[in-house]
Write a protein that binds this ligand. Structure first.
Ligand code: SF4
Length: 379
């Protein structure tokens, strides 16, 4: 039985009732939720309510304490490396969509080596290889070679964010040194999912939803999940996300769960998010997810502005990217960005040194690798 059964069950009116119930919760319900950390499923609902807004400072303190208890006063740094922006999908919210006339580029192995060496020189040890879904340019063999190369050159943790693969393909990549797979469901709402993924293999909701499980069964040490903030009601999505985390923790207890909070900011022409998420709502979601899931690695990317990221370092968030570029070759092969389009604009464009300085100013330490963090089994 996969998580799809849970989604179908929740969609049979359960999730809508839960969202309606959230609307009725009071400040007292929020205070009651905070009496027991980690919070219960009912407490998680209370933390997503409008009433939680007035108690954000208290909630933030508790989230900061819980994050420090589980991960130490440490923020882990990682860096994405785009391998290709070629893609056969047509996600309406993405600049790499197949119907968009943009400059496409796929890195050669020599170019991947140059980019990796540059990132290693900056101190990075944890790498996220990102690729659009296009087996003509980025077949499994190519991704396997990129993983092997990154490991050989010195990265200690290598994850991928690429098109969903079969369990056997993930097994091949694990044998090549793959440590983690990130795959966002984008939206758990089946109808919305169908609308924003009109063509390409990604339109298969179920296959995507099952991906973290195929990766976990293949033996990856970490799976990363999340939804794209802005596509559907954030309270509803957060409830689905909470159920997804719980399901994966229970069934794949030996796999570390990482959760990201990608929020739509700029969109390609012709698309605007139906449910934009504000800064305070983003903070609310992150704090609620932390207080319900002490062991999950919570990640925040450079999509968000520096002030907001600084506030969230250690307040739920324990892993961040810094100095990111979102087009293939952007670190050294094509730093001017002449050869390839970006997936999305980086909002926090500080250098890694500036981000590290900001982490220190929050009274936290930073690490480029955290063996324990990435290997810690979920209890
Ligand atoms: S979000 Fe991913 S799958 Fe969709 S068009 Fe962009 S690169 Fe392709």
């Amino acid at each position: 039985m996969s998580f799809l059964h849970t989604v179908e069950y929740l969609n049979s009116g359960i999730i809508d009732s839960a969202v309606a119930k959230i609307e009725t919760l009071s400040e007292q319900d929020v205070l009651k939720a905070l009496e027991r950390i980690p919070v219960t499923p009912e407490g998680f609902m209370a933390l997503l309510s409008r009433q939680a807004d007035a108690l954000t400072s208290d909630i933030e303190i508790l989230a900061r304490e819980l994050t420090a208890q589980r991960f130490g006063r440490v923020v882990n740094l990682y860096i994405p490396l785009y391998l290709t922006n070629s893609c056969i999908n047509n996600c309406l919210y993405c600049g790499f969509g197949s119907k968009r006339e943009v400059q496409r580029k796929t890195l050669t192995l020599n170019e991947i080596a140059l980019e990796c060496q540059r990132l290693l020189q900056e101190g990075y040890k944890s790498l996220l290889l990102v690729a659009g879904e296009d087996k003509r340019w980025a077949p499994v063999k190519y991704i396997e070679s990129a993983i092997k190369l990154a490991k050989k050159l010195g990265f200690v943790f290598v994850a991928i964010e690429a098109g969903p693969m079969t369990e056997e393909e993930y097994r091949v990549l694990c044998n090549a040194g793959l440590d983690g797979v990130t795959v966002y469901q984008e939206t758990y709402e089946i109808e919305t999912y169908r609308k924003v993924h009109p063509s390409g293999p990604k339109k298969d909701y179920k296959y995507r939803l099952d991906t973290p499980e195929r990766a976990a069964r293949a033996g990856v040490r970490s799976v990363g999940i999340g939804f794209l903030l802005g596509l559907a009601d954030f309270r509803k999505e957060s409830l689905f996300l909470g159920a997804h985390i719980k399901y994966l923790r229970k069934k794949y207890w030996q796999t570390s769960i990482a959760v990201s909070f990608p929020r739509i900011h700029e969109t390609p022409s012709g698309f605007s998010p139906a449910h934009p998420v504000s800064d305070s709502e983003l903070v609310q979601i992150i704090l609620a997810v932390r207080l319900a899931n002490p062991d999950a690695v919570l990640t925040l990317s450079t999509r968000e502005a520096s002030a907001l990221r600084d506030r969230l370092f250690g307040a739920g968030i324990n892993q961040v990217s810094a100095g990111s570029k979102t087009s293939p070759g952007a670190y050294i092969v094509d730093p001017a960005g002449n050869q390839a389009a970006k997936q999305f604009p980086v909002v926090d464009d500080r250098t890694p040194a500036e981000v590290i300085d900001a982490i220190r100013k929050r009274g936290l330490e930073w690490v480029f690798k955290d063996w324990d963090l990435n290997l810690r089994p979920v209890s």
